[in-house]
Ligand binder design. Sequence first.
Ligand code: GTP
Ligand code: IMP
Ligand code: MG
Length: 334
Amino acid sequence: MPSTVIVGGFFGDEGKGKIVSYLAMKDNPVIAVRGGVGPNAGHTIEYHNKKYKVRMLPSAFLNPNTRLLLGPGVLISPDVLLKEIEEFRVSDRVFVDFQCGIIEESHKSTDSQGRLKESIGSTGTGTGPANADRAMRTLKLAKEVDSLALYLDDVPNAISFALEKNENVLVEGTQGTFLSLWHGTYPYVTSKDVTASGICSDIGLGPKNVDDIMVVFKAYVTRVGTGPLKNELSSEQTETKGWQEIGTVTGRQRRAAEFDFDLAKRAIMLNSATQVAVTKLDIIFPECSHMQSFEDLSSPAKYFIKSIEDQLKIQVTLIGTGPDVNDIIDRRNL
Ligand code: GTP
Ligand code: IMP
Ligand code: MG
């Protein structure tokens, strides 16, 4: 703190949404600001027996005191954003940067057929074609869209103002390190950099103003769409282990493999992580479900976490033990 950046360490869907929701409730940030690509991301958050799905809003929306910002690097689908604003009743605390790019119907149709869909396995949400238009300097910006007029703000300035007052700012990354256009498994990647540096650039947070970088890993690796996945399990093996998952945005089956220490080490390096979160420990060790204290974990579960810490040479500060926001072990020294 005061500025903490959360990013995915594998191929997205590591459970960043749940980690961010927990931090929003626990640390009470004045601002939660989302970087990353756009509505191709999908976070599922469970809280008090209710399930929420967001594609555009920051995952910190559960805390009513937190302002929810979208940085200029994030692409907006106005229909998706406006629907979520209404559904979660957050119209008084959502702010979109003037320079956010806008996804139009033509981008969605280019993305839902042909090479991007079939070969790359894109989500079909229009983000790749919209970022291509941004590079061509033809993309429409949020300041040109009437339906967003109420929500426009200078997001980098709002962040800077909060940090000057030493207030907590939570920065939400989306996707994952190896979906990065620069550092991922090209061409099977998303349409921009999504490592911590890219996320900070998206929101206009300079490198010297970052205090903490938390990389989120799932206790196993999943991937949706095409592209390499080392030691990929067959769908039967995935099912036997209880690791099968369905994608939030596309409804596709996620592919799975065991925790990959080499990939994780590289993610630590690329993101200059200061701490790590590991989610879904309860899926690998069901006896640990809902636990909130490290001491209560079974010996094999403790050994797994300790081997991550030893091999990656970094502290695992948050451990997910179930889908609910409060199914978590918090080992930070607050
Ligand atoms: P992207 O931004 O799309 O990369 O997604 P994400 O990182 O926010 O993850 P997503 O919500 O798509 O997928 C994670 C899934 O795991 C969700 O269904 C969460 O509810 C669930 N989840 C998160 N943490 C835990 C955990 O510790 N245990 C269990 N059982 N489920 C978890
Ligand atoms: P695109 O970002 O829609 O162009 O998709 C490119 C690749 O990134 C595909 O393999 C998608 O499945 C993957 N992808 C994009 N966003 C996410 C995400 O938020 N979670 C997981 N995979 C993603
Ligand atoms: Mg997701």
